[in-house]
Ligand binder design. Structure first.
Ligand code: 5RP
Length: 270
């Protein structure tokens, strides 16, 4: 597995929306130009606003995509693929034994060891299974999202939970040191909790900035005892809470540790 996280940034253009969009487009264009395999048969397509530019850049390559199958990570992603005239194939329709050639996605924050926070758009579960199923995961992030440690600028970890267990998960997260974890509300319908494509809830859990694996190697304590957690320790701990479907920490998916492990955050494609 070669997992790569990209940051193509332009600090001069951070001050307004138009330039943020320009940065996203520049990042997406570079990512596709440098990584899209021209003979790709299976391509994962993530969710969010940056991924729109990834699809645009794939179209702009002008290559024959008639035999390429694009695997969405949710409703928005599938709409995007279809509107671009590409062929979507849902995750559960990927034939047994097929590994995606590549998967592209955005991120909410990326740390120095290329771990990511994802789930700002509530699609983290499908995003993770698609990323895990790919030979190469390309995370396209503009410079606003690159921080030394996760939860520096981005405030919380999105966690997808079974509705029936949501309040218990919230209590458990508080015990683990999260300040005011909350079930995400549906701000569009202005009614009740947001429901994911799985019909689950999202709990957004703020924590202090997370230590990187490199911090721990350098001797820092990320066990959570003093309220400070290392990325993968916290991700595994949250994932183990009954009722949690998936956690929006993508650890070991990008960067050298993934390449060395030959797998993704200790997990393999299935
Ligand atoms: C959705 C995600 C997105 O990839 C993440 O929120 C980044 O989105 P954007 O490209 O709009 O900033 O994880 O669940």
């Amino acid at each position: 597995f070669q997992k790569t996280c990209l940051d193509y940034f332009n600090r001069r253009h951070q001050s307004n929306m138009a330039s943020i969009e320009a940065s996203k487009r520049a990042a997406a264009t570079e990512a596709v130009k440098n990584h899209y395999p021209l003979n790709a048969k299976w391509v994962g397509i993530g969710s969010g606003t940056t991924i729109v530019y990834v699809v645009e850049a794939i179209k702009n390559l002008g290559t024959d995509t008639s035999l390429t199958r694009f695997v969405p990570t949710g409703y928005q992603s599938k709409q995007l693929i279809t509107k671009a005239g590409l062929t979507p194939v849902e995750f559960d329709a990927i034939p047994e034994g097929v590994v995606l050639d590549i998967a592209f996605d955005g991120a909410d924050e990326v740390d120095d060891d290329l771990n990511c926070i994802k789930g700002g758009g509530a699609c983290l579960f499908q995003e993770k299974i698609v990323a895990l199923q790919a030979k190469e995961f390309i995370c396209v992030a503009d410079s606003r999202k690159l921080q030394n440690r996760l939860l520096t600028n981005w405030a919380y970890i999105p966690i997808e939970v079974a509705p029936i267990a949501a309040h218990r998960v919230v209590r458990k997260l508080k015990e683990m040191g999260s300040k005011n974890p909350a079930i995400r509300l549906n701000t569009v319908a202005k009614e009740g909790p947001l429901k994911t494509d799985q019909g689950f809830f999202i709990v957004d859990a703020p924590f202090p900035p997370l230590l990187t694996p490199s911090d721990v190697q350098a001797g820092k304590d990320g066990s959570g005892k003093a309220g400070v957690w290392e990325v993968s320790t916290l991700a595994n701990k949250i994932k183990a809470i009954p009722g949690v479907l998936e956690v929006g920490i993508f650890h070991g998916i990008t960067g050298p540790q993934a390449q060395e492990a030959g797998a993704v955050g200790g997990q393999k494609p299935f």
